[in-house]
Structure formats: structure tokens, C-alpha cells
Design a binder for this molecule. Structure first.
Ligand SMILES: *Cc1c(COP(=O)(O)O)cnc(C)c1O
Length: 375
């Protein structure tokens, strides 16, 4: 889903994100890890998944990690574990990957979409406050593009109304807010390991993390037929397990996550420095935050022309996302009480410039120069 910008290589096109380059960077370690699983004869919920659940939860700074099939399923199960379902409302943003909203719908609850802070592209706490009703059960802030939502304000609202806080960390592996890792603020937090993410598998994968033992147990039951133990279902569950091979790959890549994020930040710094006096509005950094630049998203009034110009110059920029969720036909029935004008405005201006750990600095400078020659 993050691949609208990933034009096929071959023509030497620089991609917006490049999961194959990430594989090649750690190829021998990854190949060895995959061979290890194949040789082990244990292909579902084995040692690799267990190790990854433990190490990733430790990395985030919480007690429990439950590997699941995707980021979408992580959010879906987190909501179900909280008892959220039909008749309940869950507040999130329209400016996100459609998966966030799809997961709410899967739980049976109604998604209530509110506007964003245009400076940071994350949920506007004032709009969130006015969207709370008696039916509201949970809030899902999305830490979009690798940067935290305004957690202090959000936590205050959540506590005041006694709601569940579920973080969507699908774009924010390793990012911090006030020196704490994202994923350690919510009752439950959800990660995706889709290949282009900051921590990406070579297939699908996701995880729910939490400090709450009861919620952890519930998610664990839900991911596998509601099994309390083998062949003994204590609730109606699903089958959405993290694959053992993907977990082995993730165990390799987790060791490199901080280095990879540092490389993303270097590229972002080059863009910041080189494009300061262009017509682009560059992404702003929230105070006391560590932004991990899943995407480098700038705003440009002549966005479509810029996109075309970059393409002609071999640069595959992207748009995340071209159409807000509430304007998509599947979700036209959602009744949004609030005004979504910032969301609707920015989707015509945003552009994602290529950023991934293996993008070399010379290419980043060339991309910045190309943008400069446009404006
Ligand atoms: C990628 C993503 C998801 C969904 O993850 P999948 O693993 O593709 O299901 C959810 N929310 C956001 C913000 C994402 O970027």
C-alpha cells in the first residue's frame, strides 16, 4: 500500500522506497536466517516468533509483544481485545493509510474521522476533543510519516473520558516522544512490518505490544482460534499469526533498525539543508520528538507538475495519500461530524521524496538539486 511511488526499476529510476535494496544490504544474514527456519522443520509460531516478540517489546519498552499477520490485523485485534465492537465509536484521522479505518470497521465499531494539525499531519487534539461522545470507546492516533502525534494533549483527553488509547505505530518504528519510544504510551500499540516500513519483513507481518497482561493474553487468544491451549478455544478467534520465516528476517533487521533510522535522518537533513529556499514547505519537527522519517513529505502548491518533472528526471516521488479515507467510495457512508478541511487541502499539495536507508547521499543531493531547478 505504500508503493504507489515505487515505479519499477530497470530504467535506473530512483524509487520512493526500495525494499529490495534493504534486502540486499543484509542479504547473507537474511538468507542464513531463512535457511535456518527451513531446516528447523518448525514453521508456525516457533522460536523465531517468540524471540522477535520478546526483543521487539523490549526495544519499544513494554512487557508483551504478540506477532500477528499484518498491521491491519494488529489494530483489529487490539480493538477486539478492548471489547470494542458494534455500537461503539473509535476516533482516528482520515489522513492515514486506509488500513487504520479498515481495521476499525473489521471490529464492527464505527470510525469517526477528525482533522489533522497541518504542521505535523497528525490528529488535531482540539478536533479530537469535540468528537468524543458517549459512544466513544477508543482513540487511535496515527504517528504519520515517522513522527509522533501530540501525545500529551491526547493522553489528557483519553484519561478524562476514560477511553482506550491504541497507537498506530505502523510508520514509526523506533521514533520517540519525550524520550520514550512510540508504542509505549497506548493501552495497546500496533506495528506493521510491511516491506517498505522502517522495520520491514519480506512479506506481511504485524505486532501488538502492551504492558497490560490481560490485554496481551486476549490478543494472543484472538490471533489463533481463541485457543487457550491447543484444540481448546475459549473465545471466537481468528487465524492471524506472524509467520516464522518473516520473524527470522525481522530478528535480523531489528538489529539494524537504529542504524537504518539514522541513515533516514541523514537524508532528511540533506533535504532540509538543500531545499530551504525553494517554494516547498518542508516537514516540520515537533519539539521533544525523534522523527524517524518513514517518509519525507513536503508541500508544494504545484505538486502535480513537480511530480511529473521529477519523474522525467528519473526520480520516483509519491503521494501519501492522494485521497483521504472519507472521500473514498468504500467509506462514503461514514458520517463525519467534523470539518476535514485541512485533510482535504493538503492532499493536493503533499509530495513524498525518496527516502530509505540505502539511498546514497549523492543521490539525495541530486534529488534536492532537481527540486531546486524546478522552483
Ligand atoms: C502500513 C500501515 C498500516 C497497515 O499495515 P499492513 O501491515 O499493511 O496491514 C496501518 N496504518 C498505517 C498508518 C500504515 O502506514
Amino acid at each position: 500500500m505504500d508503493c504507489i511511488c515505487s515505479q519499477r526499476k530497470g530504467s535506473g529510476m530512483i524509487l520512493c522506497s526500495d525494499p529490495k535494496a534493504q534486502y540486499l544490504a543484509y542479504k547473507s544474514e537474511i538468507d542464513q536466517a531463512i535457511a535456518g527456519v527451513l531446516d528447523s522443520g518448525w514453521y508456525i509460531l516457533g522460536q523465531q516468533v517468540q524471540t522477535f516478540e520478546k526483543t521487539f517489546a523490549d526495544y519499544v519498552g513494554v512487557s508483551f509483544g504478540i506477532g500477528v499477520g499484518s498491521g491491519t490485523d494488529a489494530i483489529h485485534l487490539a480493538l477486539r481485545a478492548c471489547g470494542v465492537g458494534v455500537g461503539d465509536e473509535v476516533i482516528t484521522v482520515s489522513h492515514t493509510a486506509v488500513a487504520t479505518v479498515a481495521a476499525i470497521e473489521l471490529s464492527g465499531a464505527t470510525a469517526v474521522l477528525v482533522d489533522i494539525e497541518p504542521d505535523f499531519f497528525t490528529i488535531d487534539p482540539e478536533k479530537l476533543k469535540s468528537a468524543v461522545t458517549k459512544k466513544t470507546k477508543a482513540v487511535i492516533p496515527v504517528h504519520l510519516y515517522g513522527q509522533a502525534a501530540d501525545m500529551t494533549a491526547i493522553i489528557e483527553i483519553v484519561q478524562k473520558h476514560n477511553l482506550y488509547l491504541i497507537e498506530d505505530c505502523a510508520q514509526a518504528h523506533g521514533a520517540k516522544y519525550n524520550n520514550k519510544r512510540l508504542g509505549s504510551f497506548g493501552h495497546l500499540s500496533c506495528f506493521s512490518f510491511y516491506p517498505t516500513k522502517n522495520l520491514g519483513a519480506l512479506g506481511d507481518g504485524g505486532m501488538v505490544v502492551t504492558d497490560d497482561e490481560k490485554l496481551a493474553k486476549k490478543v494472543r487468544l484472538l490471533r489463533e482460534y481463541g485457543w487457550e491451549q491447543r484444540f481448546e478455544s475459549s473465545c471466537a478467534g481468528l487465524n492471524t499469526r506472524l509467520d516464522e520465516i518473516q520473524a527470522a528476517i525481522l530478528n535480523v533487521k531489528l538489529k539494524h533498525l537504529d542504524d537504518d533510522n539514522a541513515k533516514r535522518k541523514t537524508i532528511a537533513r540533506i533535504y532540509d539543508e538543500q531545499m530551504g529556499d525553494t517554494s516547498l514547505a518542508l516537514p516540520k519537527k515537533r519539539e521533544n520528538c525523534d522523527h524517524v522519517y518513514h517518509l519525507y513529505v513536503a508541500r508544494c502548491p504545484k505538486r502535480d507538475e513537480l511530480l511529473e518533472f521529477l519523474k522525467e528526471n528519473g526520480i520516483g516521488a509519491g503521494i501519501h495519500y492522494p485521497k483521504p479515507v472519507h472521500l473514498q467510495s468504500a467509506y462514503s457512508n461514514l458520517k463525519n461530524s467534523s470539518d476535514l478541511s485541512e485533510t482535504e487541502k493538503i492532499c493536493n499539495e503533499i509530495i513524498s521524496l525518496p527516502i530509505y536507508p540505502q539511498l546514497v547521499e549523492a543521490d539525495a543531493k541530486m534529488i534536492a538539486d532537481t527540486v531546486k531547478s524546478f522552483s
